[in-house]
Each structure stands twice: as structure tokens, then as C-alpha cells.
Design a protein. Structure first.
Length: 402
């Protein structure tokens, strides 16, 4: 294993960095995407109502996620708002969400007047802890949004059991988890609706984009309608049976996503192998603890790779100093999310809507303040030499005494 003896002074203190080359880029694309885009352009039908590509994407993506219906839209944030509307969530309703996630999981509820109530995560997985759900439920609780964080499905046994106990609707935030599965069932349609993002950083992307999947034909109609300015399938152009948004995807996005989907299986396998290698090597470094993958996860999308830094308690660098040292060694590393229960904009909006002040979420807060570090997708898509540089750099900075 690498050590200070083999690597010398930290780069941040004037030593030589472990790595000077950049890591690979994202997205990966080729002639296939170029030709698909050109064909969409030449078709002259650029909008989804006239074209065929968005419709084909909706069918193929639903099948990919094991769902009966797929509805494309503009992004993963509005997919969540639409899903909440479709299952009947409105002003003043409470929606249970984990605090350790992208802001959209909670803001999508707030933007339609619903109030997020935070249910802390399991510190070993960063996924919502189902044993904490009962205590968060009130007479106003109507839905729960489990987040399949970093590509790892949340404990859907625990979530679905709690939802049945309390009569909650379940929206799966699968923005980071295309192709992931819980006990052999792809995520998305285990609950009522699943939502996905195709924004630039995602494992399948078109710059921007979103989708919703469901097995329920009535929800399919509602999702389609909310996404399409409240129209009804088969209705007149100016017939609007409810209020909705224009959230339609373009044919250009569908053209790219359909090609990116073909690349997914090999890319996921590569990332899974990288994650296994990192798990095994990083676990040998004192103070470094890779995240646990719950036993029910039968396919992990490996959108990103998180690990816990527990070495500060034994005299190692505090998390943020460790991260800065690692960046100076040439390894891009991220400190992770600010827990949403601590986000002032979220807190202000909850207060404005008359919701209860968000409770503390000790696991998410400790993750942010002290423990969690993250490598993004380009590192998981890297070569074995790339991963060896990552491990060597972590070993180097982890060995330093504060
Ligand atoms: C967990 C989660 N939910 C929702 C979103 C929102 O998706 P989008 O950026 O497409 O609006 C994202 C990603 O950006 C996400 O990571």
C-alpha cells in the first residue's frame, strides 16, 4: 500500500502530486449520436408531438425500467413536481424526503406548495432509513420520495411497507439510478411513479431531459396531460382539461438518449468493476470506509462513488483539509451535499408555507460536516491506472497527521 514514505510531501505543502494528467471526460459519444442527431434534424419534425423519436424513447425507456408506461419531459426536477401532482399532492400536504440529496427532491414539492419533511439517512449507505419513517408521519403526510442515491436503490422493502402502513403515495427519485434494480425489479415503477434525469452529469444524458415511469394507466394519462399543458390524449389542440405545463422533450434529446442507452450496459459493467476495485483497495487504508451497498440491491447504477472518512478521529486531517490535499494531488473529489434540512432557502419556504421547522438529521449532517467524500462518474469510467492513482493519493493524504 502507498504511504508517505513512497510518496513524500503532500502536493499542497509543495511536494510532487501523485497525478498530473486529467481524468477522462463525460459524456462519451461517437458517430452514432452524430448520425442520430443529423437524422432528427433532417426529419423536419423537431417537436415530440409530430416526431417518432420521443415516442420510441418513452417505450424503450419504460421497458428498460420494467415499467408499463414512460413519459418524457424536460428534466428530473419537473418530473418530480409532475409526479407529485399526478398522485394528488397539493398545497399543505407533507411529503417525506431524505435530507442527503440534490435540492430538487425537496424543492419539487415546495414549488407546488407541498411541505418536505426530512427523514434521516442510514450513515453507512446514505439512503433513507425506513426505521425513522413512522416517527415523521403526521395526519398531513401524503407521500414519500425515496432517493436512489448515487445509483444505489433505497430499501424499497422498508419504504413500501411504511407506505402501506400509512397510506402514502410513493414517488421514486431515480434521477441518478437508470438501470438500477432492487431485488431484481428495476427501480422507478416499484412505487407509484419513478422519475429520471438526463442532465449532463447523468449516466444516460442528452444535456438536459427527464422521464417518468409508472405501471398505472390512470397515472400515465395524468402525467402525459400535466406534461402537455393539460391536454387530453386524443383531444382537440385547444382543449385543456386541467392546468399543466409545457414540459415536452425535443426529438433531438430523444435521438441522443436512444444512442446513449445502447452504451449503458457496458458502461455500467465498467463502473461496477471500478467500484469493486476501489472498495477493496480503499478499505485497506486506515480511516477510509467505503459506503455499504444494501443487500437488496441487485443492480447498482454507480452514478458516483462515495466513501466515509473516519480518520480525523485518529489524528488524521479533517475532511475538508483532506479533500483539498487530495485535489492538490490531482484527484478531483467532492465534499457532497449540504443536507436539505440545513438549506436556508428550503427552510424559508417551509416557514412561508406554514410547515414545521425541519428537524435535525444527525446522520446527514455528520456526513456533510465530517465524513463523506465523493468521486464522480469520470473516475468510475477510468482505467485501472486511473484508479491506482486515486488509491495512491488517498493513501498519501490519509497517512498525514493533522
Ligand atoms: C437525486 C436527484 N433528483 C433530482 C434531480 C434533478 O434532475 P434535473 O437536473 O434533470 O432537473 C437530480 C439531478 O440533477 C438528482 O440528482
Amino acid at each position: 500500500m502507498a504511504s508517505l514514505a513512497t510518496h513524500g510531501t503532500l502536493a499542497i505543502r509543495g511536494g510532487t502530486p501523485v497525478r498530473t494528467r486529467p481524468f477522462g471526460g463525460w459524456p462519451v459519444f461517437g458517430r452514432e449520436e452524430e448520425e442520430a442527431l443529423l437524422a432528427a434534424l433532417r426529419s423536419g419534425t423537431w417537436g415530440s408531438l409530430d416526431g417518432e423519436l420521443v415516442k420510441r424513447f418513452e417505450q424503450e425507456f419504460a421497458a428498460f425500467q420494467g415499467a408499463r408506461f414512460g413519459i418524457a419531459c424536460v428534466n428530473g426536477t419537473l418530473a418530480l413536481s409532475v409526479a407529485l401532482k399526478a398522485v394528488g399532492i397539493g398545497p399543505g400536504d407533507e411529503v417525506l424526503v431524505p435530507p442527503y440529496t440534490f435540492i430538487a427532491t425537496a424543492s419539487a414539492a415546495l414549488m407546488i406548495g407541498a411541505i418536505p419533511v426530512f427523514v434521516d439517512v442510514d450513515p453507512e449507505t446514505l439512503l433513507i432509513d425506513p426505521s425513522l419513517i413512522d416517527a415523521a408521519v403526521t395526519p398531513r403526510t401524503k407521500a414519500i420520495i425515496p432517493v436512489h442515491h448515487a445509483g444505489a436503490p433505497a430499501d424499497m422493502d422498508g419504504v413500501m411497507a411504511a407506505a402501506r402502513r400509512h397510506g402514502l403515495r410513493v414517488i421514486e427519485d431515480a434521477a441518478q439510478a437508470h438501470g438500477a434494480a432492487w431485488r431484481g425489479t428495476p427501480v422507478g415503477a416499484i412505487g407509484d411513479v419513478g422519475t429520471f434525469s438526463f442532465q449532463s452529469s447523468k449516466t444516460i444524458n442528452a444535456g438536459e431531459g427527464g422521464a417518468m415511469v409508472t405501471n398505472d394507466p390512470e397515472l400515465d394519462e395524468l402525467l402525459w396531460s400535466y406534461r402537455n399543458v393539460g391536454r387530453r390524449r386524443g383531444g382537440e389542440w385547444y382543449e385543456h382539461v386541467r392546468l399543466g405545463w409545457n414540459l415536452r422533450m425535443t426529438e433531438f434529446q430523444a435521438a441522443v438518449i436512444l444512442e446513449q442507452m445502447k452504451r449503458y450496459p457496458a458502461q455500467r459493467a465498467h463502473r461496477a468493476e471500478s467500484a469493486g476495485y476501489l472498495d477493496e483497495r480503499l478499505a485497506r487504508i486506515p480511516g477510509v470506509v467505503p459506503l455499504k451497498v444494501p443487500e437488496g440491491v441487485t443492480s447498482h447504477a454507480w452514478y458516483s462513488y462515495h466513501w466515509r472518512w473516519l480518520g480525523a478521529a485518529d489524528g488524521g486531517l479533517p475532511k475538508r483539509e483532506l479533500a483539498e490535499a487530495l485535489k492538490a494531488e490531482g484527484i478531483p473529489v467532492f465534499a457532497g451535499y449540504v443536507p436539505l434540512n440545513r438549506n436556508q432557502a428550503i427552510r424559508d419556504e417551509i416557514a412561508r408555507l406554514g410547515g414545521a421547522e425541519p428537524a435535525d438529521c444527525p446522520a446527514a449532517e455528520r456526513a456533510e460536516a465530517e465524513e463523506i467524500l465523493m468521486f464522480s462518474l469520470p473516475i468510475l469510467m477510468g482505467s485501472r491506472e486511473d484508479l491506482d492513482d486515486v488509491v495512491a493519493a488517498v493513501a498519501k493524504v490519509a497517512a498525514v497527521r493533522a
